[in-house]
Design a protein. Structure first.
Length: 149
């Protein structure tokens, strides 16, 4: 599994409850650009319309050796998921107020896949708590390293 892009900010801004793997429908030059590692998931999100899932605002840079037929970088891309998965996720979104956020973009074999997280937004004080916990872990690791020497 070769990871192309990760949405690290998603773990800071959201509580990730569940994750689902989905295929992604791409054009030829998009695949070549992904193989070069040129993708960004920062402000992207997933919407469900008409029983199908779509990935919005995912930036895949134009292929460097492409011609006039290169793809549009911010186009909406269809996600390939089973009907049961889409219905399950839609039920949670409508009932509990969750959001679908892409977490990772990677190749599994020769297929491009997206890991989608079912997320609930964090409040400002929860973000502060996350930062405090992270800093406390760093301090503990520093202290144990110096005691070993």
């Amino acid at each position: 599994m070769k990871i192309i892009a990760q949405n690290r900010k998603a773990y800071y801004d959201y509580h990730i409850e569940d994750s689902v793997e989905a295929g992604i429908s791409l054009v030829g030059t998009e695949v070549k650009s992904l193989r070069e590692g040129k993708a960004n998931l920062r402000d992207s999100f997933v919407m469900i319309k008409g029983g199908e899932a779509y990935l919005h605002n995912c930036h895949i840079s134009p292929y460097s050796h492409g011609n006039i037929m290169n793809h549009e970088p911010l186009r909406t891309r269809k996600l390939l998921m089973h009907r049961k998965e889409i219905d399950r996720v839609r039920g949670k979104i409508e009932a509990k107020g969750y959001t679908l956020i892409p977490l990772k973009l990677y190749f599994k074999g020769s297929f491009a896949k997206v890991e989608i997280g079912l997320a609930r937004g964090k409040k400002i004080f929860e973000k502060r708590d996350t930062i405090k916990e992270r800093e406390a872990k760093r301090e503990i690791e520093k202290a144990t390293k110096t005691s070993r020497k």
